[in-house]
Design a binder for this molecule. Structure first.
Ligand SMILES: [Mg+2]
Length: 457
């Protein structure tokens, strides 16, 4: 990849998160101005030992060409440097925290566009809770020594994790619903929940604390509880082994196909042995879907998927991808053939061109049809077009389970605009993780902050 291509590609909005870039830019200034290299310890043949640049400057010994001006090229002793860096970083985080508060106040008044933050980051989303960024930075600094670094400035990932910690701190006292993406959030891509997953005791702890826990996944198996039970086999087996009560199990849900197929967890009769086992029960759409969703017509869904399929086929052939089309009743996608790994750029090309094609199709169809919501996303090694999206998924659960946006958090790995977790931002708080290990990390931060109701303790 040539550098100009790389720069152009990365400048594209879909590769960046504007709020994180903004905070990163602010933290970069004190880093550039103050995080100077450590004073060198020079080996001088004349004195036969190690001495610092200060000794050499004071005594005039040594063979180096340093002069008095060089003193300023280096940082003071470690401790004061770290403390001063930390102080500057904390001031910045506190200022952003205050800007977010102002944005929230303006949003309550119905004019979020009047906030300073909105003027600087026009695409900034809604904040459903305050974000204690200063406290979260202190926490992250204790773990990752951000202020002690002289060559690596606070990174995108540092800031992403700090925002997660701040969100966890803010939502812990009021949280009532937590939703999780599946692939890369709870388990690796395309794999299943295994019994030894360290996430299982954490999910049970959330349920014991009275939270509703739901997996909101793109994986779509229309009404087929068995397929989801297979993917979640390890988790359900541990629920079974621990003989969790029906009341506890009722707090666990699976919403598949983004927002299309809802299941509740509970004890049921095993088909094979007739013994009671923990499994999933399909909930009929009429009992939870809003009327506008129930009004989506089958033929219109299929027409939209036909247009998407045609565009995906064109992309596969234009880029010569080793991929096949997979059509489901409410989705169509391309999946690699065999062990082929499709390049991220090619997957993004499929996503962006299909998004564009479907938007044009809906605009040209005019008002004669309902504009059926859809999402096109890069799933890491595949591309899918799903009917509906996770925004609707989270909203459906919030209504069904009675959870407000400020009491809901969605955990996922796809928060760039080509990802399918991105849409949830307008309806709930979010935690952006990049692996099941990071999900474990945020849950280990969250669970100690929850209060367990007396009957569960
Ligand atoms: Mg995912």
């Amino acid at each position: 990849m040539t550098s100009s291509y790389r720069i152009n590609y990365q400048l594209r909005a879909h590769k960046r998160d504007p709020l994180i870039e903004f905070i990163k830019g602010l933290l970069l200034t004190p880093f550039i101005l103050h995080a100077k290299p450590r004073k060198p310890v020079l080996t001088s043949p004349h004195v036969g030992g190690n001495e610092s640049i200060d000794t050499i400057l004071a005594t005039g010994t040594g063979t180096s060409n340093v002069n008095n001006d060089d003193r300023n090229d280096y940082q003071e002793e470690d401790k004061p440097m770290v403390d001063a860096n930390l102080q500057r970083y904390l001031e910045i985080m506190k200022s952003v925290e205050v800007m977010i508060e102002e944005h929230r106040r303006k949003a309550v008044k119905g004019v979020p566009e009047h906030s300073r933050l909105h003027r600087i980051v026009p695409s900034v989303a809604t904040f459903f809770t305050p974000l204690p960024l200063e406290a979260a930075f202190l926490d992250a600094n204790a773990k990752h020594s951000i202020a002690a670094r002289r060559f690596v400035p606070p990174s995108f990932n540092d800031i992403r994790r700090i925002l997660n910690t701040a969100q966890v701190m803010a939502i812990a006292p009021t949280i009532s619903l937590i939703t999780f993406d599946g692939d890369m959030t709870l388990y690796d891509d395309g794999t299943s929940f295994t019994e030894n997953s360290p996430l299982i005791p954490l999910l049970i702890a959330l349920m014991r604390a009275g939270l509703r826990v739901a997996i909101v996944t793109a994986a779509g198996y229309p009404g087929d509880a068995g397929k989801y039970e297979e993917r979640l086999m390890g988790l359900l087996r541990v629920f079974d082994q621990q003989k969790l009560s029906e009341k506890l199990l009722e707090r666990f849900y699976v919403l598949g196909g983004e927002c299309n197929y809802l299941f509740r967890c509970g004890w049921k009769k095993s088909d094979a042995t007739s013994e009671p086992v923990v499994g999933l029960t399909y909930i009929h759409p009429e009992s939870y879907q809003p009327s506008d969703m129930l009004a989506w017509k089958h033929e219109e869904i299929q027409e939209l998927l036909d247009v998407a399929e045609e565009n995906l086929k064109r992309s596969v052939s234009a880029m010569n991808l080793k991929a096949m089309i997979l059509r489901k009743s409410r989705a169509v996608g391309i999946v690699p053939i065999g062990d082929v790994k499709i390049a991220r750029e090619q997957l993004d090309e499929c996503v962006l061109s299909t998004q564009q094609r479907l938007l044009e199709y809906q605009q040209m169809s005019g008002s004669s049809k309902t504009a059926i919501p859809f999402c096109v996303f890069n799933g890491g090694n595949d591309v899918f077009v799903d009917i509906g999206n996770k925004l609707i998924g989270v909203q459906v659960l919030q209504t069904y389970l009675g959870a407000a946006p400020e009491a809901t958090v969605h955990v996922g790995d796809q928060f760039l605009s080509t990802g399918n977790d991105f849409a949830t931002r307008s309806s709930c708080c979010t935690l952006w993780i990049i692996s099941p290990e990071e999900t474990e990390g945020v849950l280990k931060e969250l669970t100690p902050l929850l209060t367990i109701p007396a009957e569960e303790a």
